[in-house]
Write a protein that binds this ligand. Sequence first.
Ligand code: SF4
Length: 325
Amino acid sequence: MSAVAPLLQADALSVEFPVRRGILRREVARLRAVDRVSIEVRAGEVLGIVGESGCGKTTLGRAMVGLIAPDAGTLRVEGRDVATLSPDERRRMTRDVQMVFQDPFASLNPRKRIRQVLELPFEVHGLAGGAERDARIRELVALVGLSAEHLDRWPHELSGGQRQRVGIARALALQPKLVVLDEPLSALDMSIQSQVLNLLVDLRERLNLSYVFISHDLSIVEYLCDHVAVMYLGRVVESAPAAQLFASPRHPYTQALLAAVPDPDPRRERPGRPLDGDVPALLHAPGGCAFHTRCPLVQPRCRASAPDLRVVDTVGLQRAACHLL
Ligand code: SF4
């Protein structure tokens, strides 16, 4: 194992939300949206987080950038426990880890011109004023393929692709090391998706960035990511280097997800078949293995106890949580 600390490391990270009922909004239960997730991202790496809607991937991404405080577990940035940082150190950390949101329209303030949108990170962190800030903002729009003329526009005057480029520029304003990309392409037209994807690939190389790429589009994940974690109802059920996971998925849930994707390689035979039905509501998450209500291989013990995530290959790179492995 490398002696250099991962850029970002989550260790048994959990995030819960209260469920409130009645006029007094009393807390009647807690939903565990992220359940003891342990993952890491190394410098220069792209980690994909995949799973159906409601599997907790967006909540995990928000916890990674500090938008949601975890209820348990540890989050480290370059080896330093975020919970032990002083307020100044934490602000510095938020500069290193930024986020691009799924809906570029909802994430831009409609009452601010693009110039003001891009000025905000500098204002919040007290960085670069006057002519220097102006020059940095012009560099940023050029970096994401927009022109200085876009700076005076309102968000509604831009196309979806242009708005997402602004979202990316805003995330890059403070020169982060890691960007968490939460379904950055899913709100865009198909014709625009490849342009924004190419931009992300180009920026990664030019700026030596690391990404956490949250997506339900497995074709893009296979193309872009070095390592993949598959989530189901808040837990990681399988993780592996991307090439290994796509060539040899081991968990029945991963197999089902991949079986639903058209495979461009006709020689590759994928096990499993696509899933029926939806993910159960988190409030009524099944006991034991949470996947047992949809798993084609379910056994009596699957209902009784939850399997741990453990190594399932000979070199220790692939992990899965299934009693049969
Ligand atoms: Fe299926 Fe049982 Fe494995 Fe869960 S533990 S994935 S229900 S076989």
